[in-house]
Design a protein around this ligand. Structure first.
Ligand SMILES: C[S@@+](CC[C@H](N)C(=O)[O-])C[C@H]1O[C@@H](n2cnc3c(N)ncnc32)[C@H](O)[C@@H]1O
Length: 167
């Protein structure tokens, strides 16, 4: 079975973070890119596009306002839900085996992922931290999770695009 991941952003607020996560999602070969936890679809304005490099054009973007409906969508599409979140009883990401079809879920910059929602996810994986800081940036966390999901995969394609002109 081909390994596949989608990305779910639960109640994110920062255009920079959404743009950066979308860029990592495309770079890591993600399938659907889903926003949830707010009424209106994410508007990919200048503030987001500056960080996404306008890669939203290459993405299947869905907006599902209700987070619980998002979990239903995952079930219907055979994705196991993996919340990337700090936990008091952590399963650390480097010891975690991602299911073949994974929905990578990250949470709001201030509040994190809502506790009730978190309980309904199939798995919770925590990224180890070693210094005196409460949490990592959400875009950094999502990118680490995507990298870990793909780590054991052979690279099928050369890196293409104008990466040397990167901003
Ligand atoms: C900045 S954190 C939210 C604030 C955090 N709850 C706190 O109390 O500092 C935003 C999101 O980044 C992700 N995140 C941050 N640090 C993480 C870590 N060490 N392991 C897994 N996810 C992390 C989670 O998805 C979290 O919902």
């Amino acid at each position: 079975m081909t390994r596949k991941f989608c990305t779910i952003l639960h109640s994110l607020k920062s255009p920079k973070n959404v743009g950066m996560i979308l860029r990592s999602h495309v770079a890591n070969g993600g399938s659907a890119f889903i926003t949830t936890g707010h009424d209106l679809p994410w508007a990919f304005k200048k503030g987001t596009r500056a960080f996404s490099r306008k890669l939203e054009r290459k993405c299947r973007i869905l907006h599902i306002p209700d987070p619980l409906e998002t979990l239903n969508w995952c079930k219907a599409h055979n994705y196991s839900t993996v919340a990337i979140e700090i936990s008091e009883t952590p399963t650390f990401l480097d010891e975690f085996s991602f299911p073949g079809r994974t929905a990578i879920i990250v949470g709001n910059e201030g509040e994190g992922i809502d506790t009730e929602f978190l309980k309904k996810c199939d798995h919770v994986a925590t990224i180890k931290q070693f210094g005196e800081v409460g949490s990592l940036n959400v875009a950094v966390s999502a990118s680490i999770a995507m990298y870990e999901f793909n780590r054991s995969q052979p690279t099928l394609n050369k890196i293409t695009g104008s990466h040397y002109k990167d901003g």
